[in-house]
Write a protein that binds this ligand. Structure first.
Ligand code: UDX
Length: 435
């Protein structure tokens, strides 16, 4: 099929490359000419395992092109809208400027029978509002939320764990479904579960999935807070409750909390939309979820300051990790970066290192000191803080690290280190929600 993808950020770039990889002809569009140039050359504009490989193979096949000219969508029959919906400045609600602009500017190029497919995460009600505009051109609109996780984005796009189509009623809906079935023929032939539904349900599936995941993380972090005052161990607690298949162990890792470009802004936008709908109380708990999450960043900072005898001034703090999670260079709403910045603000001499997120962090916070390597960050450190669980940090040898530092104190903000091994090597180990 001939597809266009409007917006080549994390979502769009991966979607465009993955669709070409599975055999479609794809044109990716973005207003950012530097990004388009990189993509055209087969370079990923951000760190995502597996993306450079499929960008080059798709480009070499001739099936993947990129452009800054929206008119290049002409000839495509299915148009994916994958632009960002960031949090509005100073408000909880989602900023729909880019989605609205993308749909409006697409209208002149739509031909009757075309399908516009929204992939962006939007407040419920957006698709119904935009459908009228699209239908006036003889095209149809579907909403097909994306559940990709950064770090696994290529796999999640080529082999998703489920597909959701929000389609209009009647014949237009049938046609939209058939068009999407053709786009996703490969995943469907592998028995990927499919839910075909209305616009509102499709929009809500996405935000409620993210709200559930955020709640699960904040639940275990709330238990960590209780563990901290009772001497209990939240990691053992998570293991024990996780054996109950109804609960499950995944997304029960307590620590510095969640960040990234999705979970934080999505729960806030959901609260804002529920309030507009007069149902604010239905998701009032998401405010608690957000508050618990933000308290955990503070907790890591407090533990570090406490371990430094309440005087962090000019103490060397090695901060290991800046990305919001491993295998990503994304620092949007990153708890790790937040901890580094807060410690710097408290007068500590922070030396930060991340395998991939250094350039993005330095651009955002040039006042932070960045080390060239983990060893460089650790050299002469009075305390070590691990805030992103990169494999490189999880596998640090505590005896070797002990040779580098000035003070053998480690704060494990992700509960990702082997506490016994670190203690045996002579370290004072502080986990989150662990004795
Ligand atoms: C998330 C959703 O998982 C994905 O389905 C959706 O499409 C986009 O948002 P992503 O933002 O890539 O994906 O990250 P995710 O793996 O969900 O992690 C989010 C945050 O939660 C990270 O900061 C991570 O470190 C944190 N987390 C995750 C925990 O603190 N504990 C856990 O147990 C799991």
């Amino acid at each position: 099929m001939k597809l266009s993808v409007i917006g080549c950020g994390y979502l769009g770039a991966v979607h465009a490359a993955a669709m070409a990889e599975i055999g479609h002809d794809v044109i990716g569009i973005d207003v950012d000419s530097a990004k388009i140039e990189a993509l055209q050359e087969g370079r990923a504009p951000f760190f995502e395992p597996g993306l450079p490989e499929i960008l080059t193979s798709a480009r070499d096949s001739g099936r993947l092109k990129f452009s800054t000219q929206l008119s290049d969508v002409r000839g495509s029959t299915v148009h994916f809208v994958a632009v960002g919906t960031p949090q509005k400045k100073g408000e909880n609600a989602a900023d729909l400027t880019y989605v609205d602009a993308a749909i409006h500017s697409l209208l002149p190029y739509l031909a009757p029978g075309d399908l516009v497919v929204g992939k962006s995460t939007v407040p419920v009600g957006t698709a119904a509002r935009l459908a009228e505009l699209v239908e006036a051109t003889g095209a149809s609109l579907a909403w097909n939320p994306e559940f990709l996780r950064e770090g696994f984005a290529v796999k999640d796009t080529i082999a998703p764990d489920r597909l959701v189509y929000g389609v209009p009623e009647g014949e237009a809906g049938e046609k939209a479904r058939a068009q999407l079935d053709e786009v996703y023929a490969r995943a469907l032939s592998n028995d990927t579960p499919l839910v075909v539904t209305d616009y509102a349900t499709a929009e809500l599936v996405k935000v409620s999935a993210n709200a559930f995941l955020a709640t699960k993380i904040s639940f275990i972090n709330a238990m960590a807070e209780i563990a901290e005052v009772t001497g209990a161990d939240v990691t053992q607690l998570a293991d024990a409750i996780g054996f109950d298949a109804r609960i499950g162990r995944r997304f029960l890792n307590a620590g510095v909390g969640f960040g990234g470009g999705c979970l934080p802004k999505d729960i806030r936008a959901f609260s804002a939309r529920a309030e507009e709908l007069g149902r604010g109380e239905s998701v009032a708990f998401l405010k608690e979820v957000d508050a618990i999450n933000l308290r955990r960043r503070q907790r890591v900072v407090d533990v570090v300051v406490e371990e430094l005898g309440d005087s962090p001034f000019e103490k060397k703090v090695a901060v290991l990790g800046l990305a919001f999670k491993p295998d990503s260079d994304d620092i949007r709403d990153s708890p790790a970066l937040d901890v580094a910045v807060q410690l710097h603000g408290r007068g500590a001499d922070v030396s930060a290192f991340d395998p991939e997120a250094m350039a993005n962090s330095a651009k955002r916070y040039p006042q932070l000191a960045f080390a060239d390597s983990a060893d460089d960050a650790l050299k002469d450190a009075d305390i070590v803080v691990v805030v992103t669980e990169w494999k490189e940090f999880r596998e640090l040898d505590p005896s070797a690290v002990a040779e580098l530092v000035n003070g053998k104190i480690v704060v494990d903000g992700r509960n990702c280190l082997d506490a016994v091994a670190w203690r045996e090597a002579g370290w004072r180990y502080r986990g989150m929600g662990r004795p």
